[in-house]
Design a protein around this ligand. Structure first.
Ligand code: FMN
Length: 372
């Protein structure tokens, strides 16, 4: 049995039980929040919507969930012109805590204004600022996302402005290793985030130039951990299984692990990793029937939010990821492409799941799925 958690660890201190045979980390402190287990759902535009977050909550094992990236400028414009809120914030007010919202821009004042609204009106648990998006319309197009890794000073201004506005709500930064291989600024940026009052950094072990090519470099993520003094560093990139998550957490002596794409094909990866961290045997994979129920419920929630046409587009996108590493998935992908009625799509998925009883292959490489 792991040793119980200490009562009041200092901010950023990973809470490690003293048991020698299980040197796992059970929780991490991010500002005033204790995140347990230290397993984080990666923000994913087009996927980490309310329905997906609730699917993960039902399965369990996630310490902190996060929305898709929300444009600060878009938020302010939508509010000013139409008195509306971004679709990506749907469900945030009501859903259980903790929940983080990720925002992006390069203007400290706009980010602070939106952060203030999110804290006052939505009571979010944490605010994450995007310094990692590699998409060219965000980087070269509007000098945001990972483009900001070229300018640590501006990152510092952004973080300190937002922290001053929303304190004590924790502000975190999600980043990559740098903009290019020749500009590996993650260590410097992480130190700046710490000095500016940020509460944690999430580091995806690739550069923006790499996009999703190659493999995530966890040695470099560990260098970021060594570069900061107080705040936790959470590693991210290419985790495919619960064993990967726990191994990387321990091997690189990080404070937490963030999982993205693997959670789209195996959303129960968090409960498996959480069990391993606690020194327990992971629960079995949900049965095909249980998996079908999860999909059906998720589709229903999506329809409730978006209506059938848009929910169906999102569901098809999700299903392609969900089935990606299973035998026969290509056939189902082609098959559902032509379907538009929820009951037809669900029936095709039900038949597919019940026919494929073998566990999902977790030794895949993400390179075999279409890049985003
Ligand atoms: C479809 C997709 C959408 C993404 N959207 C976001 C986003 O909105 N904000 C963000 O910080 N990162 C985003 N990411 C990056 C992920 O959060 C994560 O850093 C990356 O996928 C690496 O982790 P993984 O190998 O576990 O998937 C996205 C990734 C994918 C695949």
């Amino acid at each position: 049995m792991p040793t119980p958690l200490m009562s009041q660890p200092a901010e950023g201190t990973a809470i490690r039980p003293t048991c020698e045979t299980n040197p796992a980390i059970l929780a991490v402190r991010i500002g005033p929040l204790e995140i347990s287990p230290p397993l984080f759902q990666a923000p994913m535009a087009g996927y980490s919507n309310y329905a997906f977050r609730q699917l993960l909550r039902r399965l369990g094992g996630v310490g902190l969930l996060c929305t898709e990236m929300v444009s600060a400028r878009g938020f302010l414009e939508l509010d000013r012109r139409y008195g509306k809120l971004p679709e990506r914030l749907w469900g945030v007010r009501e859903e259980p805590r903790p929940v983080a919202v990720q925002i992006w821009d390069n203007d400290p004042d706009k980010l602070a204004q939106v952060a203030e609204r999110l804290v006052e009106d939505f009571h979010v648990s944490a605010l994450d600022i995007n310094f990692g998006c590699p998409a060219e319309q965000i980087t070269k197009g509007v000098a945001c996302g990972a483009y900001l890794l070229k300018d640590p000073e501006l990152v510092g201004k952004i973080v300190s402005r937002v922290v001053r506005t929303v304190s004590p709500v924790p502000v975190t930064a999600k980043m990559r290793l740098g903009y290019t291989d020749h500009q590996l600024t993650a260590c410097e940026v992480a130190r700046v985030v710490e000095q500016a009052g940020g509460s944690a950094v999430f580091v995806h072990g690739r550069t923006a130039q790499q996009k999703y090519r190659g493999t995530a470099n966890w040695e470099r993520i560990a260098e970021v951990k060594a570069a900061v003094q107080r705040i936790p560093v959470i590693g991210n990139g290419d985790i495919r299984s619960a064993v990967d998550a726990v191994n990387n957490l321990q091997r690189y002596r990080l404070d937490g692990v963030m999982i993205g794409r693997a959670a789209l094909s195996r959303p129960w990866i968090f409960r498996e990793a959480s069990a391993l961290l606690a020194g327990k045997t992971p629960p079995p994979e949900p049965t095909p029937e249980e998996q079908f129920d999860l999909i059906r419920e998720q589709y229903e929630v999506l329809i409730g939010q978006f209506g059938i046409p848009k929910a169906t587009i999102l569901m098809k996108q999700f299903l392609c990821r969900f089935i990606a590493f299973r035998p026969g998935s290509k056939h189902l992908r082609v098959n559902i492409l032509h379907l538009s009625e929820p009951h037809e799509i669900l029936e095709a998925v039900r038949r597919f799941l019940l026919a494929t009883k073998s566990p999902i292959n977790v030794s895949h490489s993400f390179a075999s799925t279409r890049p985003d």
